[in-house]
Ligand binder design. Sequence first.
Ligand code: C2E
Ligand code: MG
Ligand code: MG
Length: 611
Amino acid sequence: MDRVTLPEECVENIAEQAPERFLGQMLFIKDDHLQEAPTVRSLVRWMSPVEQLSPCEHLIQRFLAEPSVYALPIVDDRGCPVALVDRKRFVEFFTKPYSKELFGRQGIVDFLNGNHYLAPAPVIVEDTCSLEDVAQIIITSGIEHMVTGFIVTRAGQYAGVANGHDLLSLITQRKQAELYYLAHYDHLTGVPNRVLLADRIGQACREAERNAGMVALLFIDVDRFKQINDSLGHRVGDAVLRALVSRFKSVARKMDTVARIGGDEFMILMESIAMPESADLLASRLIDAMRAPVDVLGHSLLVTVSIGVAIYPRDDRDFSRLMAKADAAMYEAKAKGRNGFRIYTEATATFNPARLSLENDLRHALARNEFSLVFQPQVEIASGLPRGVEALLRWNHPQRGLISPLEFIPLAEETGLIVPVGAWVMRQAFAQMAAWKTAGLPTLRMAINISAVQFHHGDFADLLARALADFDIDPTLVELELTESVLMHNVEEVLDNLRRIKSHGVMLAIDDFGTGFSSLNYLRRFPIDRLKIDQSFIRGITQTPANASITKAIIALADSLSLEVVAEGIEESVENDFLNSLGCKEGQGYFFARPLNTLQVEQWLAGARAA
Ligand code: C2E
Ligand code: MG
Ligand code: MG
């Protein structure tokens, strides 16, 4: 088990910033020593054993006698958490009953069974529990208050102090490590994903630049993978992908990076090679290695791959273009009959026609009036009453029909087209609000998605102010949905921008909350009104304890920072009931309504009012 040490700043900050608050919650201030020096460190000294009781027992006695202290975490002399004592539950960290040596003459269980402590059954957690887990348990077990408490060692010495915010920060740090993993590694196979690979390619190229070396990229695509998936199912498909990764790894050099960059697409990065032929050699070994069948889940499958090779700096010095060239060479290998590899040459065709035409069409879509908005209701969970709608963009492509925003928004962002398109969305949403007002429909909040590119481009606050004025919109009815990535830029700049936007009276929400690099710091500093809990946590929330814990933690966090919450993607009535029981106020999802066109919104509102 890791030793838990609380960051030194935690201790000093709390004591210095708010001694009254902090001391006010501690039991030890009842002591005569109070006037002496009201700092944490001096308080700790008084905790040393003065009576016959063991230090811990003494501590617990005092804790129980002082109703304003909420909870008392206890760690042993190695810094491992042993127990958390609070007034409602007692959390014990080891499945074995903790020993009398720690708690003095009585074991803690006897102690807590005494008449001082009238609590329901203790919560027993696994002995791998770290302090972060403690914090998680505290927060998710429905304890309303933040926890403040001492951490003492077995010898009664002071080891640190934690309050709810600091415990939460610890969780955040851990969550950030997890999120780093999620953002940089492929979940299915555990190898680096496209993001981490791009990073490593960049590094490798810089290194090669310095040493006049070379870097090779092998783009690998599994032949006819779709057939495997379609005929044998995803479970087999997933197992094949995992088996391929270990096969690729067994052929590549130890120092090469095998990465998964998409469904059935992989890349191998060969750093510091002396000559391009090393890459050809690896490619032909990979093809050879695929001769043996892949045995998964009772199937023995012959799987082949097509590979494209590009070399830095020979083929390109820009690594994103280099990746595209390896990709193009792979396409050529496919076109030449699969199960083989191609080396990039100047004659290799390097463009992706499908993407190019979509981009072209996107450029004309505004002028051709191909965009429209749909509106998905946001509902008060307890009463079922409509509270607002979220405007969602739709593109009706003349040949391809409706294209999902998930497909074209990233393209619009990359090409900068999101700026005019986003401005259109805002004005269109306001026009709709004005039309509903004229038609006498009930007043609803309008939530609008703002992409990071849009937010950081030009004077967004000014654009907003003009649009609000043009349509005579009550700004308190407008909510802008920002993703966490919007906020992850230069903090002062973002803060300044947010303040200017807020000065026009609109509300701000964080969309897909929990999927980005949530930092408590920005939540505290930025003028945000609402968190939208991402759908991935709501899906199957009643069956997935981890999702339930995260959702509870987000609701507790929002509560403690006085933010409102909306749960996204509620599909089932059980999910709705569960969220209601967690105290989640608002929800959005197919359970209430799908995204609706204007006419359907009016009908839905009539129904919702009648219900
Ligand atoms: P988002 O802002 O998180 O919007 C929610 C998405 O979840 C919508 O998808 C909605 O149709 C879908 N959804 C809602 N309830 C449920 C449910 O119960 N189950 C499931 N499976 N899905 C549900 P949509 O309309 O495809 O939009 C996808 C994303 O595209 C949006 O995610 C948003 O990030 C982006 N987007 C949409 N319109 C705009 C826009 O005008 N501007 C910008 N920048 N982005 C937009
Ligand atoms: Mg949204
Ligand atoms: Mg969302």
